[in-house]
Every structure is written in structure tokens, then in C-alpha cells.
Design a protein around this ligand. Structure first.
Ligand code: TXA
Ligand code: MG
Length: 414
């Protein structure tokens, strides 16, 4: 049965935002292997991190913190109460499993497998070794079998699946919080369920104010989309969710086993089937405004694209009661020039859309995507958002995965 851990109205919390300077945190080179602690040169950052670590160890309320991908909402993976508090704050369905974040492989062995290890990598299948030796710490999440006898993991973390998802983040604030609390931290993105993921502390505050006690503010996230989730336990291996590392990087760096890595492309899961990748079953990344994804046709000229965009806008104006489209935003990437669409004549009307350039490269578009969707939706309060997509290779695979979910059925080629 799918439960939602409904929050009680009386539990309104004061949500503090505390700054941490990532540049003040220094880990020894092998800390992600052997679990050495960081030195923190800024006393205020250290104090704020220790305050967050104390809440994590208390297991009652979750803490939001930055990772290199998006802000996470964390609680101990080992505590049912802590995991329930995450689902409750986000209003997230409890059959959507969470990613566990560890600061080192030593911590994985000690805290999840509860073993004094004879060899560091004993709990990680060989198929993952080339990938994690090159990509950890970083935005790569792997699936491991839930340890049968000695697992300390809360079943709520895994949504009762036989595998669990784990990564070592590279953001120094995330790593320090996990290391200082010495707790594996389950952390989904720190947005309210169905909303775009947060890449700034202000996004978290917008969604979860009054529902969580603390947000650590470490500035904007560099990567901007969530980690890449891979399953190296199945043969051939499977890319379950495209993310911060590209499919091309996984195939290139993973060694022989990953040469024929497949990509999970199903959009929905069957009734009763467990959720393997987010958004297959639930609404995801969705602003309140209607989003229309413009999928570029390879052979078109850019002026043809602008004509097609005008036709689409005119169609929307006719379809909807014109009054409901009071404000329009266009998020552009590689083809639409911002100046050409600043003033558009559509039929008899002159239209002044809010135009946001997402970037000139896959990495830039990825880093700006969620913040731009939130800006036009939550601050500018537009009713309709057109987003220019890109081709689905390299960063484009993760970007289009998120945009297709944000747009739902509203995808048009242009
Ligand atoms: O970048 C990220 O991964 C961010 C930051 C905060 O680290 N976290 C994140 O977590 O995106 P979340 O909970 O939104 O994504 C969890 C997804 C699940 O929806 C599912 O696709 C996959 O990870 N996952 C987790 N456990 C799994 C499992 N046992 N089997 C298959 N997929 C799993
Ligand atoms: Mg999420």
C-alpha cells in the first residue's frame, strides 16, 4: 500500500537559513575512501554544519543542504522516523525509493553493512569499480543489493526493494555534513513533490518553509540536474536516470561491462510495478504554468522556427480564453535568438514575452534549467512557458528527460 505521511497542521516550524562557505572545507585526498574528516577554516561555517549534523543525528526532522547536483532534503537512512520525516515534508509517495549519500566507502562498510572490512571494495560488485574510481565523489548513483543479514538500512529508504541506491557527493558541504554526523543520509531533492528540483536555498525555502527546521545555504548548485542513476547488477547494465554524468561518459569510463549499457526509456510503469526511476509513475519537475516543449527538427532554419513559434502562440491564444494567458515566457537555448523574439507580432496582437536564455552549451543549459523554470513560474507568475529543447545526446539526454516530464503531453516539434 502506498502511504503518504501526512503532516499535521499544528507542526509549523521556523525554517532557518544558515550560510556555509564551501571554500572553507578541506578534505584530505583519500577521504572518500578511508573516511578522514575535513578541516573547516571558517568558524561560522563549522558551527552551522555542526548544528545541521546534530539535527540529522536526532532523527526527527530533515535538513536541506546543497549537493553539486541539486539541494537535497536529508535524514538518516538508518532511521524509519527520519525517513518518514522526509516523505512528510515533501509530501512524497513512500513507494518512490530514496538515494543514500555516504561520505566514504569506509562509512558505507561500517554503517550500512556493519562490517569491519578486510578490503575496502568488498561490498561493491566489480562491474562498478572502473566507474566509481573515476566518478566518485560526484553525480553518479549506483544500485547495490540490500545486505541480507546485517543491513542497518531503513526499509522506508529502499521502498522495500531488494536493492538500494547510493552515491558519494562531491559538494564539500554535503560531504562534510555526512562525515560530521557520521550518518548515511537519505536525500531526495528538497522540493515539494512534483515541483522542479531546487538549485538554490531560496527555492527550498519557497517550497518547504514552515515544514523543515534548517536549510544550509551554500550558493547555487553547479551541475543543476540530479545524479545519473545506473544499475550495474543487471546484464547488460542499465542507465535508469540520465543526470550529471552523461551516457557517453558512462560508456567510455565504465570499462568492458558498460559498452552495451542500455537506457531506460519507458515512460510509465505498470500497475503494481515498483518505481525504478522518478516520474515513471508520478508527476515531476512541473511548474504551475503550462509548459510547452519545443523539440527542434534538425533540418529547419531558425527563421522558420520563429514563424512556427508564432503559429503555436497564436494557436494557444485561440485555444484558451485569451484572458487566461496574461503572461508568456520563452526559455531559449541554441536556436532561438533572444532579440528576434523580444517583440512578436502574432496576428493582430503585439506580444512581449519574458525571454530567458538558458545557455550556449549543454552544461550551461543544465545548470540554469530549474532556476529559470522557477523564476518565470514563481516570481514572474507567467501562465504559459515555451521551452526550446536540444538534441538528446550528452547533456541533452538529461535535459530533455526533465523537460519532457515538466511538459507532460505538451511536446511539439518546431
Ligand atoms: O542528485 C541527486 O541524486 C539528488 C541529490 C539530492 O543527491 N537526489 C535525488 O534523489 O535526486 P531522488 O530521491 O529525487 O531520486 C531517487 C531516484 C528514484 O526515484 C529512483 O529512480 C532511483 O533514484 N532509485 C533509488 N533507489 C532505487 C532502487 N533501489 N532501485 C532503482 N532506482 C532507485
Ligand atoms: Mg527529485
Amino acid at each position: 500500500m502506498i502511504k503518504r505521511f501526512i503532516s499535521k497542521m499544528s507542526n509549523v516550524l521556523e525554517t532557518k537559513i544558515l550560510k556555509v562557505d564551501p571554500a572553507s572545507i578541506h578534505f584530505p585526498e583519500d577521504a572518500h575512501l578511508n573516511g578522514s574528516l575535513p578541516t573547516i577554516t571558517d568558524p561560522i561555517s563549522e558551527k552551522n554544519l555542526l548544528e545541521a549534523a546534530k539535527i540529522i543525528r536526532g532523527n526527527l526532522e530533515p535538513v536541506a543542504f546543497p549537493t553539486e547536483t541539486v539541494y537535497g532534503l536529508g535524514g538518516s537512512s538508518l532511521s524509519d522516523e527520519a525517513v518518514k520525516s522526509i516523505y512528510r515534508a515533501k509530501n512524497r509517495p513512500s513507494d518512490n525509493p530514496l538515494i543514500t549519500h555516504v561520505s566514504s566507502i569506509d562509512q558505507l562498510n561500517r554503517k550500512i553493512y556493519q562490517e569491519k572490512h578486510s578490503s575496502l571494495f568488498q561490498n561493491i560488485p566489480n562491474s562498478y569499480h572502473p566507474l566509481i574510481s573515476k566518478l566518485w565523489p560526484g553525480p553518479l548513483t549506483i544500485l547495490l543489493p540490500v545486505p541480507l543479514k546485517t543491513s542497518a538500512l531503513s526499509k522506508l529508504t529502499t521502498a522495500d526493494q531488494p536493492t538500494f541506491a547510493v552515491r558519494i557527493p562531491s559538494n564539500p558541504i554535503a560531504r562534510a555534513l555526512i562525515a560530521l554526523s557520521d550518518t548515511p543520509i537519505a536525500a531526495p531533492s528538497a522540493n515539494a513533490s512534483t515541483r522542479p528540483s531546487p538549485t538554490m536555498a531560496s527555492h527550498v525555502y519557497h517550497d518547504l518553509k514552515g515544514r523543515i527546521p534548517l536549510i544550509l545555504d551554500g550558493g547555487p548548485c553547479k551541475v543543476g540536474v540530479e545524479s545519473t542513476v545506473v544499475d550495474g547488477l543487471s546484464k547488460p547494465p542499465l542507465l535508469l536516470r540520465p543526470g550529471g554524468f552523461t551516457y557517453e561518459q558512462i560508456v567510455e569510463l565504465g570499462g568492458q561491462d558498460w559498452k552495451d549499457c542500455r537506457v531506460e526509456r519507458r515512460k510509465v510503469v505498470a500497475e503494481g510495478e515498483q518505481v525504478r526511476t522518478p516520474g515513471m509513475k508520478y508527476k515531476h519537475y512541473a511548474p504551475s504554468a503550462k509548459v510547452i516543449l519545443l523539440v527542434p527538427k534538425p533540418q529547419r532554419t531558425d527563421s522558420d522556427r520563429i514563424e512556427e513559434l508564432k503559429r503555436l502562440i497564436s494557436q494557444e491564444l485561440q485555444n484558451e480564453d485569451a484572458n487566461t494567458i496574461k503572461k508568456l515566457a520563452i526559455l531559449t537555448s541554441l536556436h532561438l535568438g533572444a532579440t528576434e523574439i523580444q517583440d512578436l507580432t502574432v496576428g493582430d496582437s503585439k506580444i512581449k514575452p519574458i525571454v530567458v536564455k538558458l545557455g550556449n552549451t549543454g552544461e550551461e543549459i543544465q545548470a540554469n534549467l530549474f532556476a529559470a523554470l522557477r523564476q518565470v513560474d514563481e516570481i514572474d507568475n507567467v501562465n504559459l512557458i515555451f521551452v526550446e529543447g536540444i538534441s538528446e545526446d550528452r547533456e541533452g539526454l538529461a535535459i530533455m528527460n526533465r523537460l519532457r516530464k515538466a511538459a507532460g503531453d505538451h511536446c511539439v516539434s518546431f
